[in-house]
Design a protein around this ligand. Structure first.
Ligand code: B3K
Ligand code: ZN
Length: 867
């Protein structure tokens, strides 16, 4: 093992892309698995792509044991930090490299590591180089044959990509299996798992009649918790055939659930590895949100088989090529199977909250980044969720059938290759005839565009004009911005709430306006009275909308807008009006009678989807509200949000109580309707808890609940200073679940999110809980991540929250830098806070910067923030 002496991390730039000097056409891997010393023999066939006869392979944390070229030992090489450079090579040759790694010592969970008692791998983005020296880049596509050998009793299942082609026993109690993947793939899609599992099996017959074996591997005793994952997998396979015409291409599809995993899941060809959070569920232990999360993530990884695996990325700067598109596909899948409006509302909230916040941070980047130090830092809401919005805008501009024609052409052109975002847009443009040349700026320009709308009604001329201007403020690394091609959907309403036709030059216009310039004016004719505009309907573009809505206009839209998302959005804007007034004046502003009446009628609406009612009743969260201000006044925002919620709770108490009681628990199932009932019921309980008078109801729900949504709903309602039964319920939950880390995460996150500075003591105590482990990313994300996302405690004026965060980050920097790096983001935004907080936050960043062992992950972010 090489010592991990720090080298100054260097950046890579998109513009510097160059093809490698050689490519690898096939590789034969032999793993001799032992927990502390695994031997890997990699036999690769290489071919020169030009006349350069040197080859630089990447490798980290490896012990080199031997190199041969065409069967002879090779001494013409140099081993340096992170690389093995071979010189004077023939144009075609067989390379055999033998290395050793220590899976047990691998707490970074990248490359080959142990999760519980099982061996598993994570190679994206650059983890394969921790397995062997290789051309660890996505544009090198090779055929893999993998032989895995391990102790037979401890590791009865030996898995890798593709089809099993041979197996056998050895004399010393070990056994081996050989797998072959017929599809050439980049190294990041390689996977290996060895362990003892329970196995859920099923089959799926593709529409062309191929029978695919489906196998889900879970920890012993968890079989019954894998059924929803299996159903979701079959639904995904069917949906991709029906909506995208895409079929699965191997005879077997395996999913392994592991407890130690840095992200959600990984789309390795034929062998997905999943965080057990996105596989395991049953009525007792999983919430409705968990069920929906499993469906979405199973879908997402399955859809990658085409968008990611069959067509992969030429280089990591193109990550959104596969991620933005695959998020779009999983969002459509969830929308087609469940409620489209609820999905849209949730997706919009992610953009307006975390994504806009990322745009406004020192790490702001376009969906196709230009400069990267640590690739793992770019698996972001910008690349994923804004990336998906960019795909959605193309879908909006082209319509479903032209969009599908574009997808078809994209696969005709690029199947089996490594492509770029430009390739994707070119296929969309060529198949549809829609000019996307200006649209492409969405890939290179970072930041949140602001679209400002001014209107004017001319009574005499009976016209109504909308002047729509766009402007993108400068971001951390990009000053000059150009006008974007923005799809902007609108409707106009008269005083009665009826839709007014959009007429220009006597012709009816579509509701979709297209903005391409800094400013446009649209003059609508034949308008009798000043209408109310419904703007950016369905959030047709990831922009901030500025229009001075009056309260009356918003109340009208809340009631009458034809579109469910627009009605939700009007409610959000209306609450936003009050929040802004309170933050600016520093005073409590009570909701008007009209607004309360409108909220009451939403709450008691018998026809509307209960899940949407629940969404509409919740004000925009802190992370979204704080993004409205350049200088964030934490205390004023928290006070305003608390006041608004209490105002709603107090004034709607009778209705909240009535609706709560009317939705009392029914026979449990996971239909959308039942989930929606539970959601609204729990939102009501949470509001009621704010009055301080519902401890009995909270306790009763907790004790009588037959499902995790209602149990955790009661705990969430109890998680405030005004509820006296909180500690009692938390204790009961911990007594029941302390041996199930996944369920305990629901408890850890509530300790972290306790809305008071007391959260710090609760979190410190929870660090000692038997279910907590600093090595497990899920535990860390819930407890410590919950705390960092808790503005009451993280932003404590005395700096105690920042200090604690700094200490935890320093610890995680040693064991798992990738997890540390995901947690640091709120600290990076120090410049937006008051002087006292700014100084305290900055001090933590400076302490980190002074750490001689700071990993590249944190280095990149700390440097960007302190620059
Ligand atoms: N492609 C993986 C993410 C890999 C993250 C590496 N740090 C999961 C996904 O997006 O489907
Ligand atoms: Zn993905």
């Amino acid at each position: 093992m090489k010592d991990a002496s720090p080298i100054q991390p260097t950046a890579k730039y998109r513009k510097d892309y160059a093809a490698p000097s050689y490519t690898i056409t096939s590789v034969d891997l032999r793993f001799n698995l032992h927990e502390t010393a695994t031997q890997v023999i990699a036999t690769s066939q290489l071919k020169a792509l030009g006349c350069d006869d040197t080859l630089e392979l990447q490798g980290e944390q490896l012990v080199l044991k031997g190199i041969t070229v065409n069967g002879s030992q090779w001494s013409d090489y140099e081993e340096k930090e992170g690389a093995l450079i071979l010189s004077n090579l023939p144009t075609e040759f067989e390379l055999v490299i033998t290395t050793e790694t220590n899976p047990k010592a691998n707490t970074a969970l990248e490359g080959l590591y142990m999760s519980g008692g099982a061996f598993c791998t994570q190679c994206e983005a650059e983890g394969f180089r921790r397995i062997t020296y290789f051309l660890d880049r996505p544009d090198v596509l090779a055929k893999y044959t993998t032989t895995v050998e391990a102790d037979k009793a401890a590791f009865p299942f030996l898995l890798s990509n593709g089809n099993k082609i041979a197996q056998g026993d050895t004399s010393n109690g070990r056994h081996w299996v050989t797998w072959q993947d017929p599809h050439p793939k980049p190294s990041y899609l390689f996977a290996l798992v060895a362990g003892d599992f329970d196995q859920l099996v099923d089959t799926f017959t593709t529409r062309s009649g191929n029978q695919v074996a489906l196998e889900i591997f879970v920890d012993k005793g968890n079989l019954s918790r894998a059924e929803h994952a299996m159903l979701s997998l079959k639904n995904s396979m069917k949906w991709d055939e029906e909506r995208f015409g895409l079929e699965y291409d191997l005879d077997i599809y395996m999913i392994v659930a592991v407890d130690f995993f840095n992200m959600g899941a990984m789309e390795n060809k034929g062998l997905n590895v999943f965080n057990s959070k996105f596989v395991l569920a049953d009525q007792d232990s999983a919430t409705d949100a968990d069920y929906l999360g499993i469906e979405a993530v199973i879908g997402h990884e399955y859809f990658h088989n085409w968008t990611g695996n069959r067509v992969t990325c030429r280089d990591w700067f193109q990550l959104s090529l596969k991620e933005g598109l695959t998020v779009f596909r999983d969002q459509e899948f969830s929308s087609d199977l469940g409620s489209r409006a609820v999905n849209r509302v949730n997706n919009v909230s992610v953009i307006r909250g975390p994504q806009f916040a990322e745009d406004a941070s020192p790490m702001s980047h376009p969906i196709r980044p230009e400069k990267v130090i640590e690739m793992n830092n770019f698996y972001t809401v910008t690349v994923y969720e804004k990336g998906s919005e960019v795909i959605r805008m193309i879908h909006t501009l082209l319509g479903e059938s032209k969009f599908q024609a574009g997808i078809k052409l994209y696969f005709e052109r690029h199947d089996g290759t490594a492509a770029t975002c430009d390739d994707f847009v070119a296929a969309m443009q060529d198949a549809s005839g829609v000019d996307l040349s200006q649209f492409k700026l969405w890939y290179s320009q970072s930041g949140t565009p602001i679209v400002t709308v001014k209107d004017h009604f001319d009574e005499q001329a009976q016209t109504y004009s909308l002047t729509i201007a766009q402007h993108t403020p400068e971001t951390a690394t990009q000053k000059d911005k150009q006008p974007l091609h923005i799809p902007f959907d609108i409707e106009l309403y008269d005083d009665k709430g009826d839709v007014v036709p959009l007429i220009i030059n006597e012709k009816q216009q579509p509701s979709l306006l297209q903005l391409t310039q800094a400013s446009h004016t649209f003059v609508f004719e034949n308008i009798k009275h000043k209408p109310t505009p419904s703007l950016l309907r369905e959030f047709t573009a990831p922009v901030k909308l500025e229009y001075d809505y009056t309260e009356a206009q918003l109340v009208l839209l809340m009631k009458c807008a034809t579109n469910e998302v627009a009605r939700w959005d009007a409610t959000q804007s209306l609450m936003g009006l009050y929040i802004k007034q309170m933050v600016e004046s520093g005073q409590t502003v009570a909701l008007s009678d009209k607004v309360l009446e409108a909220l009451r009628s939403i709450l008691t609406d018998k026809q509307a989807d209960k899940a949407l009612i629940a969404e509409a009743l919740l004000p925009p969260p802190y992370n979204e509200v704080s993004g409205w201000y350049e200088q964030v006044d934490v205390d004023a925002i928290l006070t305003a949000l608390d006041a608004l919620r209490l105002d709603i709770a107090t004034n709607l108490e009778p209705q909240l109580k009535a609706v709560y009681l009317s939705l009392s628990a029914q026979q449990y199932d996971i239909s959308h309707q039942s989930m929606a009932r539970r959601k609204l019921r729990n939102v009501c309980l949470r509001y009621l808890s704010r009055t301080g008078n519902y401890d009995e109801e909270i306790k009763a729900q907790f004790e009588s609940s037959d499902n995790m949504t209602d149990s955790s709903g009661a705990l969430i309602a109890a998680n405030t200073e005004t509820v006296s039964v909180r500690e009692q319920l938390m204790q009961a939950f911990s007594d029941k679940w302390s041996d199930n880390g996944l369920v305990m995460d629901k408890w850890f996150v509530l300790q972290g999110q306790y809305p008071s500075i007391q959260a710090l003591d609760k979190v410190k105590a929870a660090l000692d809980h038997s279910a907590f482990s600093m090595q497990n990313p899920n535990r860390v994300r819930n407890l410590i991540g919950g705390f960092i996302g808790n503005p009451y405690a993280f932003h404590a004026k005395d700096g105690s929250g920042y200090r604690f965060t700094g200490e935890m980050l320093a610890k995680l920097n040693e064991s798992n830098p990738q997890v540390a790096s995901r947690l640091i983001d709120p600290l990076l935004k120090f410049a937006r806070y008051d002087d006292q907080r700014k100084a305290l936050m900055k001090k933590e960043l400076e302490t980190l910067r002074g750490n001689p062992n700071l990993a590249r992950d944190l280095f990149e972010k700390v440097e960007a923030a302190l620059k």
